[in-house]
Write a protein that binds this ligand. Structure first.
Ligand SMILES: [Zn+2]
Length: 220
């Protein structure tokens, strides 16, 4: 596969080299564990996303009353008060974007070892989009943090972040790590034959698979 760079000292070696001649670090062109890491972080992100929606995101205490809101509950309540614009922003940022990210990352990871109905160009674009959106996904958490820092009128009103804010932040972090672990070069590798078996697509190149297997009559 042409050239391979050492991950420790960045010296470039021919693709067949197994060890860096300068620093002794083992050389490998692709991380064969990349997909496992992507799936593991994806699952943790999804698990964190469930309590982020079930538990309290915002706790508002006034002199006479105390109110707790989940993300969706709070957005719907804003809608009932006529603020549908703000409610839509909250719903898109805390439901629409995270769920689309889960779906896109799963599609990308699944498409590496199985046939994907999307072209490599389109999958590359989707990966870049997910990585770009990642940094904007904490908007909910920022809003809660700013509100609870600003609204501290002593005994009159106080806004406290709920436990869901922590789970939401964790879910965003794990989803970002999952997208970062995804090596977009794997998308293009389905066009190359000499890959380690751990990351080679199952059926993209049947003729190459046949060529790598020993001939049936050879051992007889
Ligand atoms: Zn090196």
């Amino acid at each position: 596969m042409g050239l391979v760079a050492c991950r420790r000292c960045a010296r470039v070696w021919p693709g067949s080299a197994r060890r860096c001649g300068r620093c002794g670090h083992g050389l490998r062109s692709r991380d064969v564990m990349a997909l496992q890491k992507v799936w593991a972080l994806w699952v943790v992100g999804l698990i964190c996303y469930i309590p982020a929606n079930i538990y309290t995101m915002l706790e508002t205490r006034t002199l006479v009353s105390s109110q707790t809101n989940t993300v969706i509950g709070g957005a719907l309540e804003l809608g009932h008060h006529g603020d549908w614009g703000v409610a839509m922003v909250i719903l898109v940022a805390s439901v629409g974007i995270p769920i689309s990210k889960f779906i896109v990352i799963a599609m990308l990871a699944y498409g590496i070892r199985n046939r994907s109905f999307l072209s490599p160009e389109r999958r590359q674009l989707m990966h870049e989009l997910v990585e770009y959106i990642g940094r904007w996904s904490m908007i909910d958490v920022f809003v809660v943090a700013i509100l609870s820092a600003l609204v501290h009128l002593g005994a009159l009103v106080s806004i406290q972040p709920g436990i869901a804010a922590l789970f939401f932040a964790m879910s965003v972090i794990f989803t970002m790590l999952s997208a970062m672990c995804f090596d977009s070069r794997l998308i293009w590798d389905s066009m190359v034959d000499d890959l380690p078996p751990e990351i080679r697509p199952k059926s993209a190149h049947p003729q190459a698979d046949r060529a790598n297997k020993p001939e049936e009559g050879a051992t007889a």
